[in-house]
Ligand binder design. Structure first.
Ligand SMILES: Cc1cc2nc3c(=O)[nH]c(=O)nc-3n(C[C@H](O)[C@H](O)[C@H](O)COP(=O)(O)OP(=O)(O)OC[C@H]3O[C@@H](n4cnc5c(N)ncnc54)[C@H](O)[C@@H]3O)c2cc1C
Length: 323
């Protein structure tokens, strides 16, 4: 038996693929949605449907689901899709999105310098609460529009601080529903990369902070906001930096935006996708882009950069699903 929420949708209105998957899923306390459109909730506003979307009720519901779901059904976790192109054909199997049950943020009852955050908490909210509590060190999260779960997978960071620098412990569940409590060292963080097994779903983080006056923290956050406003197209349909900076992988090759600019790709368009005029390492959906346009534009930029400068740009944006 599945949840009431699922059964509200009559089976005849579902695709055969969603029906076949639902029939093999265990009973859950959270919500299962067949043929769930994903595009409207991504930053790029593109992408197809998830065969089934699962929002677990809590950690136990998530673990039970992972344990009981047959292994030939693919499971993919997403956050708020601020670093994603979801392809137009959608994502096969089950997509998991953690909801507000996983978004609590609280100071540790025993150590006043530790802040706990659920993986669905928004980075910006974590920064704001830490600021109000006089807990410094998480200001960099104020300008990153993703979730803490997404921040783990990408080792999100900016202006000199990365997730690995502030993390004390993380909790994740693997595809068998087994819980892992790990340190940042065990997660093998490097620049915009985490070596945790691909099937791990992060649920919880503990961050180390240092005491400071809320006003001083707020001033640093305002500086970050002003820098971003001046240099990035933050009000567009975008997913942040398209490519990782090659100088972090291969010294002396410069920043990704410099390579993109030098290849003449600032403002380059394919369909409705464009390399931003304001920050040429940001790709934007000008209104009519498909996921295919965005991916084709990224590949064209990579080709031009390779041909003009011999640099192999690495996608920072993750791409998921079927074309
Ligand atoms: C305007 C703008 C500015 C940005 N600036 C920055 C910046 O300065 N620095 C920076 O690092 N990034 C930046 N980004 C990119 C993005 O916000 C970050 O990468 C963010 O951490 C992604 O989080 P998300 O919740 O959106 O993850 P998603 O985009 O939904 O997913 C990204 C990856 O994380 C995985 N994932 C998501 N949740 C979990 C989970 N709970 N457990 C395991 N894996 C998970 C997904 O499977 C996927 O592989 C920017 C994006 C935008 C739109």
């Amino acid at each position: 038996m599945t949840t009431t929420a699922t059964l509200e949708k009559p089976p005849e209105t579902m695709t055969a693929r969603a029906q076949a998957i639902l029939a093999r899923l265990p009973s859950v306390r959270g919500r299962l949605t067949p043929d769930a459109p994903l595009g409207p909730s991504t930053w790029f506003q593109v992408g197809g449907v998830a065969d089934v979307l699962f929002k677990p009720a809590d950690e136990a519901d998530l673990a039970d689901f992972l344990r009981a779901t047959p292994h030939d059904i693919p499971v993919t976790v997403i956050g708020v899709a601020s670093n994603l192109i979801i392809r137009d054909g959608g994502i096969r199997g089950v997509v998991i999105r953690l909801g507000r049950e996983f978004a609590t943020i609280a100071r540790d009852p025993n150590d006043p310098d530790l802040l706990h955050a659920g993986a669905a908490a928004l980075d910006g909210t974590v920064a704001k609460i830490a600021q109000r509590e006089g807990m410094a060190g998480l200001e960099f999260y104020s300008g990153i529009p993703g979730t803490i779960g997404g921040a783990f997978r990408t080792n999100a960071g900016c202006y000199g601080t990365e997730t690995k620098d502030v993390l004390v412990r993380a909790t994740a569940y693997d595809r068998n529903g087994t819980r892992h409590d790990v340190t940042p060292q065990q997660l093998g963080f490097t620049y915009r990369h985490c070596s945790a097994p691909e099937d791990w779903i992060f649920t919880h983080a503990i961050f180390r902070t240092t005491p400071d006056a809320p006003d001083a923290i707020a001033a640093r956050m305002a500086e970050i906001a002003a820098k971003r406003e001046a240099s990035q197209p933050i009000r567009e349909k975008t997913s942040g930096s398209t490519f990782a900076n090659p100088d972090r992988d291969h010294p002396n090759t410069g920043s990704a935006w410099q390579a993109v600019d030098k290849a003449g790709c600032r403002g380059l368009m394919i369909g409705g996708a464009q390399m931003s005029e304001k920050h040429c390492n940001f790709m934007i959906n000008t209104g009519t882009a498909t996921a295919a346009d965005l991916e084709a534009l990224g590949e064209e930029v990579r080709r031009r950069v390779r041909e003009t400068q011999g640099i192999e740009l690495r996608w920072e944006i993750k791409r998921l699903g079927d074309a």
